[in-house]
Design a protein around this ligand. Structure first.
Ligand code: DX5
Ligand code: ZN
Length: 220
């Protein structure tokens, strides 16, 4: 299995203290910071955009894993490059026509490219993006409907993870939504190695302990 990457979702952090929350997550052993960018259109919630990524970048050197829940991801690439984003994950549902252009521009800007799929989207849809001459670096299998933290993990999504892991042994496979100490085993067994966790980390008495449980879950 590729290396575990544990990414606390900053959506569950205190947005008024983002710099100190990021520092705290680094001290707790996080590998990446997961940044949920929502436009209030693709999903029924509005969060942050490039200006906030740019501000946070001045306070941390950590990998900023940006998850774009927006209708027009191409419009966000250049701004996020300038802001200092490290990874750019777009949704396949809104990129059927231009994913090659998206991946090209994301990588030209020096970011890692990833593709996400909603619970209702069949996994086969992302195969061409992984098999392309300029492939995505990661696939994000959503384990809740995108839009909000604190929802219940959907175990049915593990068949998608398993299919991807069998077909692409070295691919980074990320899961996002409802992950925590009680669901990590299912995700890890199916083959996920990149774990996003919001409420389970920020709501814990011991966030470092949860992060280490998630890592141990992936490492088996
Ligand atoms: C949901 C977001 C997630 C969210 C996860 O649309 O993509 O990153 O913050 O939160 P939890 O871990 O609480 O389900
Ligand atoms: Zn997310």
């Amino acid at each position: 299995l590729p290396q575990p990457k544990i990414a606390p979702s900053m959506l569950s952090s205190d947005f008024a203290n983002l710099a100190s929350e990021a520092k705290f997550m680094e001290q707790c052993g996080a590998d990446w910071l997961h940044m949920d960018i929502m436009d209030g259109h693709y999903v029924p919630n509005l969060t942050i955009g490039a200006p906030v990524i740019k501000s946070l970048r001045k306070h941390t050197s950590m990998f900023l894993d940006c998850h774009l829940m927006v209708t027009n991801p191409l419009d966000y690439v250049d701004e996020l490059v300038k802001a200092g984003a490290s990874g750019f994950t777009f949704h396949v549902e809104v990129a059927q026509d231009n994913w090659q252009e998206l991946v090209r521009r994301i990588k030209a800007g020096g970011m890692r490219a990833a593709v996400a799929l909603k619970p209702g989207t069949p996994v086969e849809v992302v195969f061409p993006l992984v098999e392309s001459a300029q492939p995505v670096d990661m696939v994000l299998v959503m384990t809740v409907e995108p839009g909000f933290g604190g929802q219940k993990f959907m175990p049915d999504m593990m068949t998608k993870v398993n299919t991807l892991r069998k077909k692409f042994p070295h691919l980074d496979i990320q899961v996002d939504g409802g992950l925590g100490p009680s669901t990590i085993q299912q995700a890890a067994t199916a083959g996920a190695n990149c774990i996003v966790a919001g409420s389970s980390v920020f709501g814990a008495q011991d966030p470092a302990g949860v992060i280490s449980d998630l890592r141990n879950g992936v490492e088996g």
